[in-house]
Ligand binder design. Structure first.
Ligand code: AMP
Ligand code: MG
Length: 320
């Protein structure tokens, strides 16, 4: 067990996000090793810089295959599998559209419709070709780009949990800017806030979990406004425009954060009804939908406890 019951917090900024590590022992050396581990993965996976293993693949689109390290290959394989699910809203080849919209970055604006239509033709996940034997990835068309922004943090959060466990920590929490992974069960569990959309740090409520990941994707996380309309960063791969439906955010509670990260995108695409129905086949994964109509819908509540703090919201169970 830990030396005492105090929580020690360590923070930094990586992947363009505030990173928070909580430990139950004072161990700065361990915290720096965790932050170095995160940085190593960021360096392999980022598409926000000129060079990374993923950028090497993107630069070679339409030309040749690129051999990558095993973890990168496996993450891409996993992202491709999620993209190939029928009617999936998840698409690892969404890069050209993400780069064109630049949502949340300098110069973001609504692209002309014909440009979006043209870019849709180079975002086909089936044209991300994988070769298992050589761990190599080939993008079949020039201009294609992989973007792992919807899955990388989940993957990395799981690696941090595994590392803390290997280092003998029995309690720990890592928050990679919205992707939370927890190790162990402190007294009363880990309490995690559910953010109120477009309201800064205000909370709708809190979740209590043990040994679970909590991942949120929200339309309020990154967006811009043009002519009175809001455009957020989760794109619909079928239309090329931001996913437009009744949802403000989706939070996934799962054992592995990579599942949560993938499923938030899938849930955004499906909406509340279809999403809850799909989750019935996965009792290990649960969702909290926050709608624009100020409803909080829980697909189920087996592996967490939700406490409402904001009475402007109404909590309902799934009717699916
Ligand atoms: P998340 O925060 O996990 O919801 O991921 C959002 C990020 O994933 C965006 O900032 C883009 O980089 C990328 N992205 C946007 N739309 C999609 C999509 N439909 N499928 C996969 N990745 C996406
Ligand atoms: Mg995600």
């Amino acid at each position: 067990m830990s030396d005492d019951n105090r929580v020690y917090s360590y923070s930094t900024v990586l992947m363009g996000s505030p990173i928070l590590l909580k430990l139950f022992s004072h161990d700065e050396a361990l915290a720096s090793r965790v932050f170095r581990l995160i940085k190593r993965y960021e360096d392999l996976l980022t598409v926000n810089r000129a060079q990374s293993q993923v950028m090497d693949i993107n630069h070679a689109a339409g030309k040749h295959a690129v051999a990558v390290s095993r973890p990168v290959f496996e993450l891409i394989r996993c992202a491709k599998a999620a993209s190939m699910i029928k009617d999936s809203a998840f698409n690892l080849a969404i890069g050209p559209l993400v780069k064109r919209w630049k949502i949340g970055f300098q110069g973001d604006s609504v692209p002309p419709a014909d440009e979006i239509a043209a870019l849709l033709t180079i975002t086909r996940p089936e044209e991300v070709m994988l070769d298992e034997a050589s761990s190599s990835v080939f993008l079949a068309r020039p201009g294609m780009e992989i973007d792992l922004g919807a899955i990388a943090k989940g993957y990395i959060a799981d690696r941090v949990r595994d590392y803390l466990r290997k280092e003998g920590a029995d309690l720990g929490l890592i928050n990679l800017g919205g992707n939370v992974q927890t190790l162990g069960s402190p007294d009363g569990g880990w309490s995690i806030g559910l953010k109120k959309p477009f309201a800064g740090d205000a909370l709708i409520g809190t979740l209590t979990v043990e040994n679970r990941s909590v991942v949120t994707s929200g339309t309020y996380e990154r967006y811009f406004e043009q002519n009175g309309r809001r455009y957020h960063h989760i794109l619909d791969p079928r239309t090329g425009y931001p996913l437009d439906n009744a949802l403000d955010s989706v939070t996934l509670i799962s054992t592995d954060s990579i599942d949560g990260d993938i499923w938030t995108t899938l849930m955004f695409g499906m909406g509340v009804e279809k999403g809850c129905a799909a989750l019935r086949a996965r009792p290990d994964i649960e969702a909290i939908f926050v709608t624009k109509a100020k409803e909080v819908v829980l697909s189920s509540e087996h592996h967490f406890r939700f406490t409402l703090l904001d009475n402007g919201y109404r909590v309902t169970g799934s009717t699916a």
